[in-house]
Design a protein around this ligand. Structure first.
Ligand code: ADP
Length: 488
């Protein structure tokens, strides 16, 4: 099958969070199964060019419709971990992809709607008619609309669309100018059964357009697929998803064990496996040294996360103070877009400056993330909502026990050491329900007590997590079934 991924992220060249890992991991697994897979990304000025092999221009004069004129684009090609990637560069006065970052600009909706149009124009003009175009999140929600409103009529009628929802908290709410920008029919599309936002009758909702026009829609875990239809996690899209539930389902993400495995990870000082778990201690020492923590025998609790309201920043903050009060150590690696959240954690960082048991690093740092997974004992993930969550799966692979809130993909992958009904060898962490300080304290408290009082049992929990199969093997088969289903 010929599959093209349309995305705003692909690890490691353009990654903000799990979407980047998803596109990279699923593409590699599909390619491994002999499918022809390509990825299309914007050519951001912030790409990690050092991770792209053989980048060269393949098209210099792609004229992309933009209101009543055209913007010239060029397309470059290069390989990222052997995945063929097309990068679209826009010669626009707005400098759409030259902002030094991926998201967080006032005109994000325009930037990514333009990217969607440009990628469709590229496929059309170069005669690329993939069997499957796999779109992701609101940024490429306009692609299915463009396919069925414009390009199918121009001969691209064989291509089918799979659309994945990674985070329904961001839907691409925008104005009708997006339709004019793309020469789309406002009268037709601004209807309640198409792109009109359910909450604001003046607004266009790009994610809704993606849902309505795609051939199949997935959410990134079964639990999240249920939550977005039946709870406020649908953020206004509940009834849209219920209407379309004949073509909607949850597929749990995998993680790429070529990148995320302590047996082969080149970014950690000492590799280890289930047969050599004791070697994890050397990574713990290295982490203590890197983070300037005292070299003492204490539980080491960690957070690796975007610092966003979604991730439960209040509870993370409480977790830091609680863990320190329990005589543990704490390392936090986090990046915040919101200046108020950033300032709050900066303040804690200052406060902890001389504390030998606590270290906060407020940045995005791939290398340090690997060292933390390899060195920490416990990973705190107190999310308000969590579509899938990769950090718990990565942590488990590195023998780091997750302490999570029972939401979304966390509920599908972490099974409580004490209260799960699963057999012991499938229990792999600690789970709490209420998003409260008491919830964090009871679960983290149980984990810390086990570490101290029953180290053998704690070791078993680590091993249970390391032995879980969260690879892309099963999810890739699931996606291939979906692709086959919509092709016929
Ligand atoms: P989300 O996509 O909502 O951010 P996920 O758990 O699905 O959350 O994926 C997070 C990914 O981003 C993981 O690979 C994690 O290691 C990585 N990550 C998050 N924050 C940082 C950071 N500050 N530095 C490095 N990697 C990070």
């Amino acid at each position: 099958m010929h599959i093209i991924m349309a995305s705003t992220e692909c690890a490691p060249v353009a990654k903000v969070g799990g979407l980047g890992d998803f596109v990279h991991g699923l593409s590699r697994e599909l390619a491994h199964r002999e499918h022809q897979v390509e990825v299309i990304l914007p050519k951001y000025d912030s790409l990690r060019f050092d991770r792209i092999e053989g980048m060269h221009e393949i098209l210099s004069d792609l004229q992309v419709p933009f209101y009543d004129r055209y913007i010239r684009c060029s397309v470059l090609y290069g390989e990222v971990d052997s995945i063929g990637c097309f990068f679209i560069d826009a010669d626009s006065e707005q400098g759409f992809f030259n902002r030094g970052k991926i998201y967080g600009e006032a005109d994000d909706a325009d930037r990514f709607a333009f990217f969607s149009r440009a990628l469709m124009e590229f496929l059309y003009k170069t005669g690329r008619h993939p069997d499957i175009l796999h779109c992701n999140d609101w940024h490429t929600g306009l692609v299915p609309v463009l396919l069925y409103e414009i390009y199918a009529g121009l001969g691209m009628d064989r291509t089918r669309i799979c659309y994945s929802l990674h985070n329904v908290g961001h839907q691409g709410w925008t104005g009708t100018h997006i339709l004019h920008m793309n020469r789309l029919n406002e009268g037709r599309l601004m209807a309640p059964e198409r792109m009109r936002d359910p909450g604001n009758p003046q607004a266009i909702n790009l994610m809704k357009g993606g849902i309505v026009f795609s051939n199949f829609v997935t959410a990134v875990s079964p639990r999240y697929a249920w939550e977005v239809q039946h709870t406020e996690q649908g953020m206004g899209l509940q009834s849209v998803l219920q209407t379309h539930n004949h073509k909607f389902g949850g597929v749990l993400n995998g993680i790429d064990y070529n990148t995320w495995s302590p047996e082969v990870d080149p970014l950690i000082p000492t590799q280890f496996s289930t047969d050599s778990l004791d070697r994890k201690a050397r990574n713990q020492s290295a982490l203590r040294e890197r983070a300037g923590l005292a070299d003492e025998h204490k539980p080491l609790v960690a957070v690796v996360s975007r610092l966003d309201h979604q991730k439960g920043v209040e509870l993370m903050r409480h977790g830091i103070y609680y863990a320190l009060a329990q005589d543990c150590q704490f390392v936090l690696l986090g990046s915040a877009l919101d200046p108020a959240v950033n300032a709050d954690f900066e303040r804690i960082k200052q406060e902890m400056e001389t504390n030998p048991d606590c270290h906060l690093e407020l940045s995005y740092n791939e290398e340090l993330a690997h060292l933390i997974y390899a060195g920490a004992d416990l990973m705190l993930i107190p999310s308000v909502y969590e579509p899938c969550g990769l950090t718990q799966m990565i942590a488990m692979k590195y023998g780091c026990v997750p302490v999570v809130r029972r939401v979304g993909g966390l509920a599908d992958t972490v099974f409580d050491a004490n209260y799960s009904e699963r057999p012991f060898e499938e229990r792999n962490g600690y789970v709490f329900d209420e998003g409260t300080y008491a919830g964090v304290e009871s679960s983290l408290g149980r984990a810390i007590r086990l570490w101290r009082l029953f180290p053998e049992y704690f070791r078993q929990l680590r091993l249970n997590g390391m032995r879980m199969d969260n690879s892309w093997n099963r999810p890739a088969r699931h996606y291939l079934d979906i692709y086959e289903h919509i092709r016929t």
